[in-house]
Structure formats: C-alpha cells, structure tokens
Design a protein around this ligand. Structure first.
Ligand code: PAF
Length: 298
C-alpha cells in the first residue's frame, strides 16, 4: 500500500519518516512548492523525506490518502483530491477538533474513511525540519462505528500505519476517543493561547475554576451525544496532559503567535454547536470561541 500524505506538517512528516524507515512506499504532497523535510527521530537519526509533489496523482485501491491537516483545511484538500481518488481508496483524517468526518461524508461519500487521533509528539522547528519528541498511541477507527471483524481494507490501513507509528489501536467506535481528545484541546488550547503561556502554567492554580467549568460543560455535551463522560475525570486528564507537556506551547498558542487561522471553530466551536442542538448552555466554551476569534482578528 502506498501512503500519500498531504502537507509537510509535523505529524504527516513523522508518518512519512516511519514509512521511509520501513521501506513502505510513500509520497508527500504540498500545495505550494516546498523543499524536502528532514525528520530527526528519538534516536537522533536524520531521515530525509521525498521531495513534496505539488500536484495530485491518480490513486487506486492500493493507495491510502492520509490527511493530517488542520480541520479548516480539509474541505478544500478533499475537493482538490476528489477527482483523483477511486471509490476504493481509503482516506485517513487526523486533526485536532471535529468536523472532518462531516466534510468527508459530503465530498467522498463512497470512500472508506477513517478517523484518527494521535498522542505522538512531533514538532516542526522550521519550514523543513521536524523533530519527533515522544512516542504515543494513535487511535483509529472507521467513520461509521463497525460491527464484526475488520475488512481487508481496514487490515491494510492498520498494518501500514502500525509500521509507521508503531503504537496504533483500532477502535470499533472511534468517537469516544475523538471526544476525549477534544475535551483536552478545549481547555489547553484556548487558555494557553489567550494567556500566552506554556501548557504547564495551567496548573498553577489560577485557572482551576475555569478548567472545571469548561470540563463540566464539555462532559454534559458528551453525555448528551451518547459518550460516557465525567467532568472530574476530564479535569484530571487535562491536568495530566498539561503536566506531561508542561514546557510545550499548544498548537493554538503557536497559531496565534504566527498569525495563522486557529482551530477554535473545530474545538470549542464544535462543542458550542452540539450544545445548541441538544439545548445545553455552554457559556464558557462560547466565550472562549469569541475571545480566540477576536484575538486572531486584531
Ligand atoms: O494541540 C495541541 O497542542 C496538543 O493536542 C495538546 C494535547 C493540547 C498538547 O499541547
């Protein structure tokens, strides 16, 4: 199976490096002309990736399209690729927040689509340098929860990703994992961006009541969406991730610093949208959407 990886971001480059190390065929695509990325792995080994291609190529069922882009980039990427994939080409979406599944259902209604979330650490230091900073589990599952044994295509996608990312877990229903990642991003990302702080500073006591309130709202929306959730357990996971990544600046913090569009609509915005559908009040999440949006419009 040939991996076709969109973009030259940290996670996509880490996947490509795994493919290069294990002699799995892969291509990297970048919309604008880009130099080959060098990935430094945890053993300090340098892996020079293939030079990105700037135009899509025709894909068939022996290809997989991997889309580790930001949520707001997915619609235009899938539209660009739609004429180039066949209905059997599997597509893997990997992004913070939610909304990619709906976009894929609309643009590629007949393709096998997978949703994944990873706890692997990878940082882009410069335009063409990525460092893998930590191992972490990648969770993956089909866009519609499965019953029964894995299909041949699911086995192939899982096995290709396992070669590249090692610790990959298949879920018959991926949505609880996606919601749990969302609940962590819904706290760490906006609070670090708004307060211009690294993740660990969230643990200094000043943010405790805000963290509690955001988690209470998110847990209520999760439960109403059929995902078992307990606010106290969410708070404790947020605190664990903030402690484990204490020195890091979140992706939303970095987006704000570099004047890039943030993922606020796919994270807290998604919670607000689902809350509205279920008739649940989520004033803290709504305020975060407003504040981050106005921060980036300045
Ligand atoms: O988006 C991020 O930065 C990361 O998902 C996380 C977990 C918040 C750690 O920084």
């Amino acid at each position: 199976m040939t991996l076709n990886i969109l973009g030259t971001g940290a996670i996509g480059s880490a996947i490509a490096a795994g493919a290069a190390k294990h002699n799995i065929p892969y291509r990297v695509f970048s919309r604008s002309p880009a130099a080959a990325v060098t990935v430094i792995d945890q053993q300090d080994q340098q892996i020079m990736l293939n030079t990105p291609l700037s135009q899509p190529v025709k894909l068939d069922s022996s290809d997989v399209l991997i889309v580790p882009l930001k949520a707001h980039q997915i619609a235009s990427a899938l539209q660009q690729w739609q004429p180039f994939v066949c209905v059997h080409t599997p597509v893997v979406l990997m992004h913070n927040g939610m909304g990619g599944a709906e976009t894929a259902r609309h643009t590629l209604p007949d393709n096998p689509v997978f949703l994944a979330t990873t706890r692997m650490g990878a940082l882009k230091h410069s335009e063409n340098h990525v460092r893998i900073t930590g191992r972490g589990t990648t969770d993956i599952g089909s866009i519609s929860p499965d019953i029964g044994p894995l299909t041949a295509i699911q086995e192939q996608v899982l096995s290709s990703l396992r070669h590249c990312l090692q610790d990959v877990v298949w879920h018959a229903d991926i949505y609880p994992s996606l919601w749990h990642k969302l609940s962590i991003n819904a706290v760490i990302n906006p609070l670090t961006a708004l307060n211009d702080i690294p993740n660990g500073t969230l643990l200094n006591g000043r943010f405790d009541s805000q963290i509690d309130e955001i988690c209470h709202e998110t847990a209520a929306v999760m439960r109403a969406s059929g995902i078992p959730a307990d606010a106290k357990a969410l708070v404790s996971r947020v605190r664990d991730v903030a402690a484990a990544t204490a020195a890091n600046y979140s992706s939303m913090h970095q987006d704000v610093v570099h004047h890039r569009q943030t993922e606020i609509d796919a994270i807290n915005g998604y919670i607000v949208l689902q809350a509205k559908k279920k008739g649940i009040a989520v004033p803290h999440n709504a305020l975060l959407v407003e504040q981050v949006t106005s921060l980036t419009q300045r």
